[in-house]
Design a protein around this ligand. Structure first.
Ligand code: RVP
Length: 497
């Protein structure tokens, strides 16, 4: 006979936190959101941690290099999606690792033989008025000069005038070595009263441009997530099919951590993939696994050696797995059970395996609830898809700006490996939808607002750290009637249309 659970499975909106005592020292500015990313032994520090408990979903419509940089600047981590070729994914990872805030790879370049007309059309196309003149006309060719709008007068010159006749020659330019720091570059810019400083390598090839106007916006962010070489940290999704080729390429590109991306992770395929990594790289390569929704699934992956374990099946905003296959479990119930299993495993073995609540975060307070229920961090898709930095198009739908957001199990993403049960190499039915989400502006502003709510609620619970929240939190189920009471009720909103 089948096993029956006594209780229905529940989701975040069915719970609330009950405030605890907070002392005068418990203020939001004192809250630390630092959290472990990978397993560690009792008494030791984890090899990797993140500065805020938020990671972005392993999805085409969420995590590319641009979003990864923006999120690392705020202290979180992105997992670059794996439903693309190995070369494309590795290139995205590499762009994050090579990125230096304030150092721009020149996107407007000409060769000396090109003409004023070329310069004008380039300026119009890019909107940039500083153009590098390089031997081959490329962004990293040998630097020969610079053209800005101070170098030409359209009314006095013919369109076919050659760039070499009016550019500011390299001999008259202020430029610096490629190893110059942002602070040094800024000092040179001020000292020489220039707007742009080219950085060149020993061969005289252009590497970056540093602009005066960018300095302030790229001053160090206290929370940014960087590796020991001060490069932004980035993760990458892998699957249980092509790992022998994908893993080495991602590591070569500089990925800091990997995660097996699968809709259902309680499977031998995940163990085989982790075994491959351990055999070839020992403990030096960190890999998360999942997703699971109960204690058994957790224990299986913990014993297989996963560095962190993702929790959640069917709760994603774009996910229709529950409808299509009839599998899944309410996100809160899954998380509570897995957190208990994680604590029991720690008690028994002295090994702490962080867990990530993946999918189904709708309101900011769901993040705090997930942490209070035992998650070490949360993974979000819909949330990040709404921002400027997500890879998808912003479109106007009936007068409102929206961003596209589609599931990895949709026909649009065709990520068959994520739903692979060892069968054919294709998506046989959809487990995700293609949708729009309301456009919400910049990642920085939104993450800042969300975390200010998280910090504030933590103080209401008398907690200055995530572990403290987990031990002190008092959580109550709410009746459907009291959920109605939680919003504005029995009033007529003044701005309702
Ligand atoms: P959400 O944050 O609610 O948008 O959920 C994102 C999560 O949904 C992902 O991290 C992943 O686990 C899951 N997902 C991604 N694609 C699909 C699908 O097509 N069913 N589901």
């Amino acid at each position: 006979m089948a096993f029956y659970y006594e209780e229905p499975s529940r989701t975040f909106s069915e719970y609330l936190l009950v405030p605890g005592y907070s002392s005068t020292k418990c203020v939001p500015s004192e809250v630390s959101l630092k959290t472990p990313l990978v397993r560690y032994n009792k008494g030791e520090e984890p090899a990797l941690h993140i500065n805020i408990p938020m990671v972005s979903a392993i999805m085409q419509s969420v995590s590319d290099d641009r979003l990864a940089i923006a999120l690392a600047q705020e202290g979180g981590l992105s997992f670059i999606y794996g439903s693309q070729t190995i070369a494309e994914q590795a290139a995205m990872v590499n762009r994050v690792k090579r990125y230096r805030a304030g150092f721009v790879v020149s996107d407007s370049n000409v060769s000396p033989e090109m003409t004023l007309e070329d310069v004008l059309s380039l300026t119009e196309r890019t909107g940039h008025s500083t153009i590098a003149v390089t031997e081959d006309g490329g962004p990293n060719g040998r630097l020969l000069g610079i053209v800005t709008n101070k170098d030409y007068r359209v009314s006095r010159m013919t369109p076919d005038t050659k760039v070499k006749e009016f550019m500011t020659q390299i001999g008259d330019l202020v430029y610096a070595d490629e190893d110059t720091t942002l602070k040094e570059a800024n000092d040179i810019i001020w000292e020489h009263k220039i707007n742009c400083l080219p950085l060149v390598n020993k061969e005289g090839q252009l590497v970056y441009l540093v602009f005066r106007k960018d300095y302030d916006s790229h001053k160090k962010n206290e929370n940014e997530l960087i590796d020991s070489s001060k490069r932004y940290m980035v993760g990458a999704g892998i699957n249980t099919r092509d790992y022998e080729e994908r893993v080495p390429a991602l590591l070569e590109a500089g990925a800091d951590v990997l995660c097996i991306d699968s809709s259902e992770g309680f499977s031998e395929w995940q163990k085989i993939t982790i075994d491959y990594i351990r055999k070839n790289y020992g403990q030096s390569v960190k890999v998360g696994a999942g997703n699971v929704v109960d204690a058994e699934g957790f224990r299986f992956l913990a014993e297989a050696g996963a560095d962190f374990i993702k929790v959640g099946i069917g709760g994603g905003a774009i996910c229709i797995t529950r409808e299509q296959k009839g599998i899944g479990r309410g996100q809160a119930t899954s998380l509570i059970e897995v957190a208990r299993a994680r604590d029991a495993y720690y008690e028994e073995t002295g090994i702490y395996v962080p867990i990530c609540s993946d999918g189904g975060i709708v309101h900011d307070y769901h993040v705090t609830l997930a942490l209070a229920m035992g998650a070490d961090f949360v993974m979000l898709g819909r949330y990040f898809a709404r921002f400027d930095e997500s890879p998808t198009k912003r479109v106007n739908v009936n007068g409102s700006y929206m961003k596209e957001y589609w599931g990895e199990g949709s026909a649009r993403a065709r990520n068959w490996q994520r739903y692979d049960m060892g069968g054919e190499k294709k998506l046989s039915f959809e487990e995700g939808v293609d949708s729009f989400v309301p456009y919400a502006g910049s990642l920085k502003d939104n993450v800042g607002l969300t975390l200010s709510k998280v910090r504030s609620t933590m103080c209401n619970c008398g907690a200055l750290t995530i572990p403290e929240l987990q031990s002190k939190a008092k959580i109550t189920l709410v009746s459907s009637t009291s959920i109605v009471e939680g919003g504005a009720h029995d009033v007529m909103l003044r701005d309702s249309k």
